[in-house]
Design a protein around this ligand. Structure first.
Ligand code: HEC
Length: 135
């Protein structure tokens, strides 16, 4: 399947560096092993072309500034009325007391925004086809 080749081997794509399918791939982005179960093709296409349009749950890049001046950056994994779970870029899991937080900012997606320019239309079509069969 061509989309599989683009995903795993095409340099300009490098999808596999950040995304895992079955046992292969990185963890900087969500695992895509069952992507086709949860999402229609239109969502998959949008995720590739416009990563910022919708952010996958648990992968919202967030900056948290504490009252004491410390700043934490990471993925917002969970939030309750009193706490924020943040996974930092160095893979540390922080539980932050909201009462100690001064400010919060949402950062753009950490997925590259440039695939419209880097990939051909048929690469993108093949990727969407490939990922939508992941069930
Ligand atoms: C530098 C790391 C990185 C690379 C390279 C990358 N992604 Fe992503 N991707 C992410 C992150 C982080 C997210 C979650 C944030 C978001 O939704 O934008 C994401 C989200 C997605 C989603 C949405 C998943 C969901 O569960 O909602 C899809 C689909 C996706 N990427 C496909 C791809 C494809 C296809 C490629 C290669 C063309 C690729 N990604 C390359 C980091 C990356």
């Amino acid at each position: 399947m061509r989309g599989e080749h683009v995903f795993f081997h095409k340099m300009e794509a490098s999808c596999v560096q950040c995304h895992k399918i079955k046992r292969v791939g990185g963890t900087a982005g969500p695992e895509l092993t069952k992507l086709g179960e949860g999402f229609p093709r239109s969502y998959i296409l949008e995720s590739i072309l416009f990563p910022d349009a919708k952010i996958a749950k648990g992968f919202e890049n967030t900056t948290v500034e504490m009252i004491d001046g410390m700043v934490h950056v990471g993925f917002l994994k969970k939030e309750t009325n009193t706490e924020i779970d943040l996974h930092t870029l160095l893979n540390k899991k922080l539980v932050i007391e909201k009462s100690m937080v001064k400010a919060r900012t949402r950062l753009p997606s950490s997925m590259p925004p440039s695939y419209r320019a880097l990939l051909t239309r048929s690469d993108i079509r093949d990727l969407v086809e490939f990922l939508s069969t992941k069930k």
